[in-house]
Design a protein around this ligand. Sequence first.
Ligand SMILES: CC(C)(COP(=O)(O)OP(=O)(O)OC[C@H]1O[C@@H](n2cnc3c(N)ncnc32)[C@H](O)[C@@H]1OP(=O)(O)O)[C@@H](O)C(=O)NCCC(=O)NCCS
Length: 148
Amino acid sequence: MAQKIKKSSTSVKTNPKATPLKALLRVRVSNGDAHYGGNLVSGSKVLEYFGDVATELLIRLDGDEGLFCAYDNVEFLAPVYGGDYLEIEGEITAVGNTSRKMVFTAKKVIEPQPKVAPSAAQVLKTPIIVVKASGTCVVPKGLQRNSK
Ligand SMILES: CC(C)(COP(=O)(O)OP(=O)(O)OC[C@H]1O[C@@H](n2cnc3c(N)ncnc32)[C@H](O)[C@@H]1OP(=O)(O)O)[C@@H](O)C(=O)NCCC(=O)NCCS
């Protein structure tokens, strides 16, 4: 059974030195990533960013990239367009034998203003949560280098 981790806890049994259990990625979504009409970006692009954040969390905890096993929830809450700046945050919430449960949030912090000018953009006063998700990654026992 997975061991629950308190938020901001530094006492993870599998790796007492593992801090932080959060990771943050900031990216500018390129216009080249737009896939649908109106410069809309595919939701799978944000899942790719979650995968990168998950990988960093696993490297910090286990010294290994691990594998994404399953999402148990994904919510697309607002559209992402080419030119948006996103902050993608992930946190390990529970550590099992080989499983690591995680939660993810992607927030839009800057968006283009194409109606003002092709190069216009604005910093959002309040970031917009665009995608939320939770899932499980696996690091096989023999690859958990930090637990020895
Ligand atoms: C992920 C993978 C390694 C798991 O294989 P496995 O180790 O044989 O799986 P197991 O059934 O032994 O389960 C391993 C752990 O994951 C957990 N798990 C398995 N399926 C799960 C699911 N659907 N949801 C949540 N947890 C799950 C198990 O409970 C177990 O946890 P524990 O070790 O903490 O007790 C394997 O399915 C795989 O290689 N998948 C492809 C991964 C991939 O390519 N991802 C995309 C790129 S990263």
